[in-house]
Design a protein around this ligand. Sequence first.
Ligand code: NDP
Length: 692
Amino acid sequence: MSTTLQSHIAGRWLGSEPAAALRSAVNGHTVAHTHAEAIDFGEALHHARTVGLPNLLKLDFQQRAERLKALARYLNEHKEQLYAVSAHTGATRADGWIDIEGGSGTLSAYAGVGANELPSGNLVHEGPALSLGKTNQFAGTHILVPRGGVAVHINAFNFPVWGLLEKFAPSFLAGMPCIGKPATATSYLTEAAVRLMLQSGLLPEGALQLVIGGTGDLLDRLNGQDVVTFTGSADTAARLRVHPNIVRHSVPFNAEADSLNCAILAPDCTPDTPEFDLFVKEVAREMTVKAGQKCTAIRRAIVPRNLLDAVAQALRDRLAKVVVGDPAVQGVTMGALASHAQLADVAQRVAELRHGCDLVCGGEGAVPLGAGTAQGAFFAPTLLVCHDPLHNHAVHEIEAFGPVSILMPYDTGSDTGSHAGADGLDQALALAAMGQGSLVATLVTRDPRLAARAIPQLAMLHGRLHILDAQSAAESTGHGSPLPLLKHGGPGRAGGGEELGGLRAVQHYLQRAAVQGSPAMLTAVTGEFVRGTPPIDTGAHPFRRHFEELQIGESLLTHRRTVGEADLVNFGGISGDYFYMHFDDEAAKASPFGARIAHGYFVLSAAAGLFVSPAPGPVLANYGLDTLRFVKPVLIGDTIQARLTCKRKIDKNKRDAKGQGQGVVAWDVEVRNQRAELVASYDILTLVAKRG
Ligand code: NDP
């Protein structure tokens, strides 16, 4: 690692003159300096727009997904370099794992999202296409395209690697170049990660730039095609959100701000239940992982008043076992706060909170284990209790961003003899709501009915809800872990933003447009067959054509087949499905259909019999069905006919074990009766060999 950190701007590393010193959280020694040279943000944006963007759009969604997968592998292979630097942030190995391998895991997850859920090309047909006229000459649909701008990612100090990667992955997949701006305090670790990412050779030139230090006039230079994402304090979020240029150009601004997340212990979880222990363990874990510096940490532990003492005692016992110190020293289970500024901030917030709270344990700094740690940013796990949380607003507003949590009792009704709601949770839910919007809440209960009543109320004010009981505990990823495929972000105080959530996150970097026109025009624009487009008949059966040869819209109209009673009897015999609608004349007559009908699955099977080309050929496998609807019944004596049309092609650049290239083809299938009425409609998904 260089002692003077460098920004990466317009393809060059910039910075040699030291400026601000960044200190190790463990021993106070200087780890690195920021650089004194000013960044030309005009040049950075020009580079992103004129070099990064075209380079990214030379690749398509599938190819960018492949790059993400390779990048995740590369970072994993070089992870020890990052762990070595991570130690300066005060992180234990387990803390570093969340940041470093959690980051590369997020890249992998987005590689999977791209490979499985995005098409080839750079346009997503969101669909479904809607017919807007009586004869289907005019239709409408929705498409998503890359925004054609730059993603500016501003991050907090607590996750220097994951913080960048969880934002970078979906924006890269969407095709946006990014400028990453880590929090200065731990930017030495982000710089190390960015060096690896660039060294990998996997990123097109201009796809990623790094800013060490302030953002200067960067935000003044953005336009409506750009995006800003922010993680940090609610105050900074509030300031940046109304930046005049961001407002003027309607630049999307996504914020993840600090929030006072809660965990609620339901009254059914008495000390003799495993759930009581799970609650205690979860609160203690959230207080100590990353020394409590997680935007999702449990700040408010809400417990039935009659269990307050038992919970306090159990937490005190558990926290007494925490060993604070240099993460490099064997036996240390909690490291330091990320910086000395953070230490001062946490001490100040705890002092403010103590006005209305009693101290259960901690509070006076910490005596760290390890040589030379006297100058480190250590703080003891600190548990407070607020006896009147309904009237103490400070405990719902002041966030001590460290190993600090506040116990809050609620009355269940049975405590007071009054009737505080059927399940005794009303006051707990009112306390949760006093946080005014959080990233996550955990509800610990054994009772599914109680969960069913409480969760909709909690969902109004929380981005993620984690229900914990003895069954889910075995595999639970925990209260505090945002997952790549689940939404991260909460309303109100939590910033009102959304990140992650699988494909949802990619969509934040894509622009949606409605498109109207004839079905043929929509097919041409979306690259996906829209019904009503004149079919293409090449004279060859589509199943005899290789992946490269198939055109969207290529179609086969099959011969016909009349459905007889023997078909129902045979199909019932083969499948064992003797449902009365197929076999009981009297019952079927009394039904809305008025007569026996064919099994829906018989119609599917018969349609396959009509459209397949049986000899070996390029179609290798049928691996599923999408959007199946049995639109009308098929009666005995009806005649069915199928139309099979090449709807969508996805080139995943895949080869089988013998090196045979193959792609995915989705076929639109319409099955109609003798009156040309649609009886069944679906897509079938096949693997089709390439000729090459
Ligand atoms: P800040 O809001 O001060 O900083 C967050 C990021 O914004 C940093 O990269 C910071 O850069 C940058 N920034 C600050 N001011 C500006 C500006 N005017 N223009 C552009 N960028 C700016 O939060 P901190 O990281 O200092 O943490 C403070 C508090 O935020 C914590 O105590 C905690 O309460 C909360 N927090 C919330 C997190 C969450 O995930 N929701 C995570 C971490 C912290 P620089 O570092 O250079 O100032």
